[in-house]
Design a protein around this ligand. Structure first.
Ligand code: HAM
Length: 424
């Protein structure tokens, strides 16, 4: 039998309640702060991410790239920032009041080694504010992300933060870092040594215990910031203090995407460490525009994997029932046709209606009605067909009465109202 591809999973009806709660929570938190929903395509030109995230990044290596029938090189999107930024530039959003504040919810695709909290298709909630360099926007973005976790039920997160400078000061810092790493190469693992020239900042991310002492002593980007970046960093810090948000300055936090400048951060759930434990991260990306050949405009944002949020939420009882007002049961071929018609009429009257498909005993049908959470069952058998009536049964009290087919809808709605339903 063909199964779902490795690293993907079905979200089953029994899980959907939890997902829906989280999606609504994301929408509310974003919209209350003036962020508007944006949907970008699931696939984009691969070059968008090559330029935006950088040639030598994990995200670039893990992309699902394919050539379509027209010969274009496309990729399933591995992340949401570059597409949202592309949309901002492509649709002339510069003329709107700045920053333009956008949020998204959708699948991202990365060919990673699947494990708990890491899959090949995952779902992100992200917010991007494009068009302002204001450091207080960085602080308010961190606050927005914190509020999303808190309102979804995860409090006591730890926030790691750093500034990695900009194109003026970072090259000087990277030179110092590379020199330091070369000097200490014999105390670093093979992966780190290989990365020194290709992607030196990522070396700081290595989790290999053998490398930790060298990396902890490595030069820190904060010590190399130019005046503008330092001023920006201090103002971000002042914003966070004003919001009473406690953060841990983490000199080794660089994030895995090349578009970042200045502020970068990550949220960790209470009590867990390690890269898979990161709930979500973000940062400023004032260099993204230049990387993709768009007119220069600054931006800042975050995104969070929804699977990781769900992993960190206390388990809640699962509910798989789609609430139903009326369940239509029937016995016999003619009654089935009558049931089909009646279910249609009730659905057209905006009620939540289910019926039996296939022939089942009355007992089984009533069991299905109970499982569907129905308040009322309508029973149609040979007698009802002969007399032009239906039997309406209260599934709680088991009271039942026969009503004229013509007046059945009105009677059902009246009975539902008597039970406190908000049926129309
Ligand atoms: P990222 O750190 O690559 O950043 O991903 C953001 C979040 O997506 C991660 O913290 C994690 O929760 C989740 N995530 C990433 N990969 C996987 C995976 N394979 N399986 C499950 N969850 C995963 C970005 O994508 C940036 N676009 C964030 C951003 C927005 N920066 C500025 N604006």
């Amino acid at each position: 039998m063909i199964k779902s591809p490795r690293g993907t999973r079905d979200i089953l009806p029994s899980e959907w309640t939890g997902w829906e709660r989280l999606l609504r929570c994301a929408e509310q938190v974003a919209e209350r702060a003036g962020y508007q929903r944006i949907e970008t395509p699931t696939f984009e030109f691969a070059s968008l991410f090559r330029h935006a995230t950088g040639e030598h990044t994990d995200v670039n290596r893990e992309m699902y790239v394919f050539t379509d029938r027209g010969g274009d090189e496309l990729t399933l999107r591995p992340e949401g920032t570059a597409p949202v930024f592309r949309a901002y530039s492509e649709h002339g959003m510069r003329v709107l009041p700045q920053p333009v504040k956008l949020y998204y919810l959708g699948s991202m695709f990365r060919y990673e080694r699947p494990q708990s909290g890491r899959s090949r298709e995952h779902h992100q909630f992200g917010c991007e504010a494009i068009g302002s360099e204001d450091p207080l926007l960085d602080a308010s973005m961190i606050d927005l992300q914190r509020r999303f976790y808190a309102s979804s039920g995860i409090t006591a997160t730890t926030i790691h933060i750093n500034s990695i400078g900009d194109s003026a000061c970072r090259p000087g810092y990277v030179r110092e870092l590379v020199a330091y790493l070369h000097r200490n190469a014999d105390r670093l693992c093979g992966d780190c040594r290989e990365r020194i020239e290709r992607n030196p900042l990522r070396v700081l991310d290595c989790k290999n215990p053998a490398c930790q002492s060298v990396l902890n002593e490595a030069p820190k980007s904060l010590d190399y910031l130019c005046d503008e970046c330092r001023e920006h960093w201090e103002r971000v810090s002042a914003g966070l203090r004003a919001l009473e948000i406690r953060v841990e300055v983490d000199a080794r936090l660089v994030r895995g995407l090349d578009y970042y400048t200045r502020t970068v951060w990550e949220f960790h759930p209470p009590g867990v460490q390690g890269s898979q434990s990161v709930l979500g991260g973000g940062g400023r990306y004032d260099a993204l525009a230049a990387a993709i050949g768009a007119p220069e405009v600054p931006g800042v944002g975050f995104s969070t994997g929804l699977e990781r949020v769900l992993l960190n939420l206390p388990a809640r009882p699962e509910t798989s029932v789609a609430a139903t007002d009326v369940y239509v049961a029937h016995l016999g071929d003619e009654a089935a046709l009558q049931a089909l018609r009646l279910a249609h009429i009730l659905l057209e009257s905006q009620l939540r209606v289910q019926m039996t498909f296939g022939s089942r005993s009355l007992k089984t049908q009533l069991r299905y009605a109970g499982a569907a959470g129905a308040a009322l069952a309508v029973l149609i058998g040979e007698d009802e067909i002969r007399d032009g009536v239906v039997t309406v049964r209260d599934l709680r009290t088991r009271d039942q009465r026969r009503v004229d087919l013509a007046g059945a809808t009105r009677e059902i709605i009246t009975q539902l109202h008597q039970r406190g339903s908000n049926a129309p």
